[in-house]
Design a protein around this ligand. Sequence first.
Ligand code: NAP
Length: 538
Amino acid sequence: MFVITQSCCSDAACVSVCPVNCIHPTPEERGFGSSDILHIDPEACIDCGACADACPVDAIYPADKLGTRDKVFIDINADFYKNNPDVKSGWAPVDEESGSTVNYPDVPKLPAGLRVALVGTGPSGGYALRTLLDRTEAQVTVIDKLPTPGGLVRAGVAPDHPGTKGVLRGFDLLYRDPRVTMMTNVTVGDGPGEITPAELAEHFDAVFYAVGASESRRLGIPGEDLPGSTSATDLVAWYNGVPGVDAGPPLRRGTTDDPATGRAVVVGTGNVALDVARILVSPPDLLATTDIADRALDILREQNVHEVVLLGRRDQASAAYTAAEYRALSEIPGVDVEVIDGLDDEVPSFAEPADPARRRIVFLFHSSPEEITGDPQVASITVRTGEGRHHIATDLVVRSIGYRSTPIPGVMFDDQRGVFGNVDGRLVDETGGIVPGGYVLGWAKRGPSGGIGANKMCATSTVEDFIDDVAAGRLKRTEREPGAFGALVRKRVRTVIGYRGMRAIDRQERRRGLEQGRPRVKFTQMAEMVGAAGWRRT
Ligand code: NAP
């Protein structure tokens, strides 16, 4: 019997190869996209292992090969079927006509020589590229503002979840396709050295924006901008080695009279909040085996955060985290998890520094932050709970209350929702009219929800819309020569990086990792990355 474990990315590659249809929910079933992991029916699994081979993130193992930490997933997989008795596993129905178990819509005849730009190399960009290459003969130019591809898989997935990052191996195969031109270290915007959306629209038949959501929402409470109050976006980018986020959060160091508390407070109880809590409180020696940025590891060792309080404004049953991520917290060696959930539960005092003898994560539900105070930097956060107001002494406050996309001048932005203005993935202008050949995918289209695999269907459906638009003659074809865009970019961006440069960065990061017994040691400076890609300083 095989078992799906925590790093499942829900992209459903396993579903399509399972000969007995024993992995659920499938993309056609209720709960797909909101379910944290997919589940193998232990009664129906025939032990063929096809799912494990197909899994892009190494999340599937035979039950008897699971490590202690993952044994809990045997029950999680089985419980799904106990709790959803109407879900039926069994031999997949075969389509009578084609003999295939998968039905793709027919591709209409498309004009030759289509040229498409795809901005962003995160999960939605990767899945869109796969669909474009599978379903059309278009030439695709892939653009990313960072030198390295991967979007939030590289910059967001926590360093202690290395399996999840395996999804990038599948995308890398696509970048090698002769129809694909990679151009990283290229920013789309209206600043100096940037390529404007109007230029993209002029040089391509269609432009896909798969730019994710890279800004944090704000709490709107006093003290939010004090040093020591930070966003999950910045903190995650800091520990994941994103260039340009060198300084990191100014954790309060304390003085003899007013010592540091060893405590951090995270507002929110989504999976990002849990990632942040885990990384802050995990023993640094454990993190040292991961690809966490050295700049973060050094500070975490020095500051020794040993207590993280997570604030949930509703009750535990309504918490935004997924069950698999929550259960994984109790597997961190030496870390206790405590929950205060009753409306009338007494809230213990957090006025004193955290007990240095123990590491713990405390969930404080029914608590809303009111004010962050400290001079010159954060020393306390005031929260309102069911039974009154409390002051929590802390060295750091992290708001982890959801993301927004970053606007791109020249592409209509829906400020209210924090996404690009679109109707089902077709970009719209200020008047609400469809922008021919303009598309948006993933979090930039539908908002920041769902794990990696949730972007697969989202991206596929937008590419299908593009195919319909091309077939119906709704796109205006570019009149530019095929080489004109490359020439424009090389003139504008001095250090544009192609596939070979990207591979060179990857090789060098892995080699540095090998020397330290880690998956990789990331470059954290743009200049280092550009140098590793083969560009010499002039
Ligand atoms: P999220 O799941 O939407 O969680 C946001 C949290 O912020 C919720 O607890 C929400 O509480 C709280 N919140 C919002 N506004 C607030 C306010 N004004 N005051 C206090 N609390 C507030 O967002 P996320 O954690 O950023 O995750 C984004 C997506 O990425 C999710 O779909 C997540 O599952 C996915 N993700 C998955 C993984 C994984 O699979 N391992 C890892 C990271 C992220 P309410 O519920 O009360 O609104």
